[in-house]
Ligand binder design. Sequence first.
Ligand SMILES: C[S@@+](CC[C@H](N)C(=O)[O-])C[C@H]1O[C@@H](n2cnc3c(N)ncnc32)[C@H](O)[C@@H]1O
Length: 250
Amino acid sequence: MAEAAPENEGDEVVRAWRTLAPLMDLVTPMALRAAATLRLADLIADGSGRIDDLARQSAADQDALGRMLRHLVCHGVFTEPEPGRFDVNAAAELLRSGHPAGLRLGLDLDGFGGTMDLAFTGLLHTVRTGEPAWETVFGKPFWPYLAAHPEMAASFDAVMSSADAFVTDAAGGYDGSTARQVADVGGGTGAFLVELLEAHPDLRATLIDLAGGRERGLDDYTDLASAAGPHIAGVHTTPLGHVVLDCVPR
Ligand SMILES: C[S@@+](CC[C@H](N)C(=O)[O-])C[C@H]1O[C@@H](n2cnc3c(N)ncnc32)[C@H](O)[C@@H]1O
């Protein structure tokens, strides 16, 4: 005779499915990225929200776009107040360009944000070998890849400095009262250093980053140059291929 099922075993199985099912889903994360890439939150908020308009404005297939949007509606992103017309809700608002969280850029499959996410298709390689997945997926190691793709390098810099609120909070977390000189090694285009200099205008600051294939023009450091108080005292490259930029108080 078969053993009686332990009490509540059914509940446990349901809980197990509820845990596992969302973790198996690749459709929703990709739908979110596709929606961010097509700037659907902006188009819907600023337009009629009708699927025919959206398909035209985003140069997408109307039927496929509608199905994808309905999938996101089912997961709580966007609403469909009437058939074929979509609206932006609080979750979709987070995907708008210019939102201080910088999410849209971070999910954009045409830029660095979404491309970086695709590197996770190589996770098994990393787990098997302990090596980074980037080269397996994109054909070159990470920094050489960026050096060979200037548009992706620019997008990388944009993503790094896009979350204004995060950069401001991070810079505000430093006690600059005792420091006279800071060095930001791997400081990118200086978004973090700008905030630090705004908060502590008497600091001397040095930014060091990769030059070479990723050489950034001085124009990229305009914000740094105009930050309150300090100004750029010098910029030079080293034989090891670094760009070094010094700021001193005015
Ligand atoms: C994660 S990003 C940080 C960006 C920057 N802190 C910001 O807030 O925008 C890492 C930076 O490290 C730089 N980097 C990578 N390898 C480096 C190296 N060997 N020496 C100096 N900088 C390097 C990259 O060019 C990139 O700008």
